[in-house]
Ligand binder design. Sequence first.
Ligand code: ADP
Length: 151
Amino acid sequence: MRRAIFPGSFDPLTLGHHDIILRGITLFDELVIAIGKNAEKKYMFSLEQRMRFITDAFKGESKIKVLTYEGLTVDFCKKIEASFILRGLRNPADFEFEKAIAHTNRSLSEIETVFLLTSSGKSFISSSIVRDVIRNGGDYKGLVPDSVRII
Ligand code: ADP
């Protein structure tokens, strides 16, 4: 069983994440979307909301699971027997950041990080931009899946 995790904050899920997830599941038998819980981070959306956005977006996709975790990503991988970490790359800044994390994770474990390049047209999308648009009353709907709706 080739199990991978796609870790992140997903505050909220965006069309950028959605694209990486749909392309990522073609590579693995199971993809666990792993929502990191960090007590020091301030989130716009609660853990329950972030989880619901994801489960609603992928209902019917039997290869996709959603879990939460705390602590080191590699420890969580070992716990659920995942051998791969999936990450998305948007730009050189992502590459530099991800490179350091992937090297660190590799020094701590055997877990391989697999990168997918963002689809053209989605590289500008980030959760922080979506939060800014929402905060300022803009139309965020073109940046997120339909499951992300703020009433
Ligand atoms: P983090 O809290 O780790 O920054 P995010 O929820 O922002 O988590 O992102 C999780 C993953 O999704 C990261 O690998 C990030 O590079 C990727 N990602 C985010 N937005 C996009 C996008 N527009 N295109 C491709 N990958 C993306």
